[in-house]
Write a protein that binds this ligand. Structure first.
Ligand SMILES: Nc1ncnc2c1ncn2[C@@H]1O[C@H](COP(=O)(O)OP(=O)(O)OP(=O)(O)O)[C@@H](O)[C@H]1O
Length: 291
């Protein structure tokens, strides 16, 4: 698990501050784009000389929720971070293979890192809103980071739409000027989901989004994931088997055995992975016999 500093959240996997990329794009006046298909082909990853993933291939269908499960340290978060090119931010990190976004490799020649980050948003384990920034401005933070311009009316509409999609609007509509840090942990996480949605991603990566939350807040995030399903492609890392079973339509079981790099043992429809897994290691893991 890689820590992202709370003081400098990469809210959406967006472009760095000051970037003027995509200034012509006005997400506020466009409708949410269709969810995109993501496909990993033979993805391997390293930290220095330590190989942590071995030729992982996975199809993540458009508009579906794909859950990545497996014991600690088997490379789930690393795999997730190769999908929107966050892995390469770590100085010692390297990867090989392809990540196809609607058939085009996000690592292909001429492909920009900022495009991958904007199209493929991310929500982290620990809610990381800008604590002193208002709820309203938190939602729009990604627009500022990508240099996107919008009128006041467009911003108002975007804030309402994204907070509604994130399942938070009714709770905060009367206090949009209050700081994001004043919300509960679960509300902060839904604010982060709203913030990620504001730059119109077609895929949303979620790295254990409920692990810092209480059961009620967890349930609320799960409802939000279910509501977003169909609107945006979701890939979620979770240690919670019940959660994987509740929110996902397909599941991939990762394992790194005895010092070998992590890989996928088995993937398929969630009912099949939990109900009749083909591999005995999957069966043992989903039954809680290890990990
Ligand atoms: N920044 C880093 N530098 C060096 N090694 C790292 C780094 N991040 C992760 N690793 C190593 O890569 C391997 C895979 O870690 P990763 O966090 O992807 O696994 P995971 O399955 O997501 O684990 P968890 O469920 O505990 O988050 C581990 O051996 C870990 O120690």
């Amino acid at each position: 698990m890689i820590d992202i500093p709370a003081t400098a959240p990469d809210t959406t996997g967006s472009a760095p501050a000051g970037s003027t990329a995509d200034t012509a794009v006005l997400p506020a006046v466009t409708s949410a784009p269709a969810p995109a298909r993501l496909e990993a082909r033979a993805v391997s990853a390293w930290f220095g000389t330590h190989k942590v993933l071995e030729r992982v291939s996975l199809d993540m269908p458009a508009g579906r929720v794909s859950a990545l499960i497996g014991p600690s340290g088997c490379g789930k978060s690393t795999f997730l971070r190769t999908l929107n090119r966050m892995h390469e931010l770590i100085p010692s990190a390297a990867m090989s293979g392809e990540v196809l976004f609607e058939g085009e490799d996000v690592y292909g020649a001429g492909r920009r890192l900022t495009d991958a980050r904007r199209r493929i948003g991310m929500v982290f384990q620990k809610p990381n809103p800008f604590p002193a920034m208002s709820i309203y401005d938190n939602v729009l933070a990604g627009l500022r980071l990508t240099g996107t311009k919008a009128s006041r009316r467009e911003k108002d509409e975007l804030v309402e739409e994204c907070l509604t999609r994130a399942g938070l609007w009714k709770e905060v509509r009367d206090r949009l000027r209050q700081p994001g840090g004043a919300l509960s942990g679960g509300q902060q996480q839904r604010l982060c989901i709203g913030r990620a949605l504001a730059v119109r991603p077609r895929v949303l990566l979620m790295d254990e989004p409920c692990s810092a939350l209480d059961p009620t807040s967890t349930r609320r995030i799960e409802e939000t994931i279910q509501e977003l399903s169909g609107q945006v492609t979701i890939v979620i890392v979770t240690h919670n088997m019940q959660q994987a079973a509740r929110v996902s339509q397909q599941c991939a079981f990762f394992l790194a055995e005895q010092g070998t790099p992590g890989g996928i043992v088995e993937h398929g429809a969630t009912e099949q992975i939990f109900g009749s897994p083909a591999d005995s290691r999957t069966a043992d893991y989903v039954a809680g016999r290890f990990g």
